[in-house]
Ligand binder design. Structure first.
Ligand code: FES
Length: 107
């Protein structure tokens, strides 16, 4: 599995997120109290761009229908606001390597 460089640790705002697109993927990097995690960058409901989501109480809020996802685990912390259009699932979380201040994932 190839390893892909996404960003520098210092590029990710503390208790915030950074969206990164590569040839192979669309990622959301979070830094919560210094801990880096990498998730799928599109909402599991209808592919809302999570890089535009607000961070609220340790979760990112999808800008489309308002589901929220925990920024340490990727778990859904609040479901879609409109109940008749399906549900969001937990975000995929990628294995992360940090080396010399650079963040890598396996795609
Ligand atoms: S696309 Fe994200 S909650 Fe619907």
């Amino acid at each position: 599995m190839p390893r892909t460089r996404l960003a520098r640790v210092e590029d990710v705002p503390e208790n915030g997120t950074l969206g990164v697109k590569t040839d192979g993927g669309n990622y959301l990097i979070s830094k919560m109290d210094g801990e880096i995690n990498v998730f799928e960058g599109r909402c599991t409901h209808m592919k809302g761009p999570l890089r535009f989501g607000k961070v609220i109480d340790g979760s990112v809020k999808c800008p489309i229908h308002g589901s929220r996802f925990d920024l340490l685990t990727g778990e859904v912390t609040k479901q879609v606001v409109i109940p008749l259009i399906g549900k969001a699932k937990d975000l995929k979380k990628f294995p992360v390597t940090i080396q010399d201040g650079e963040i890598y994932v396996k795609e």
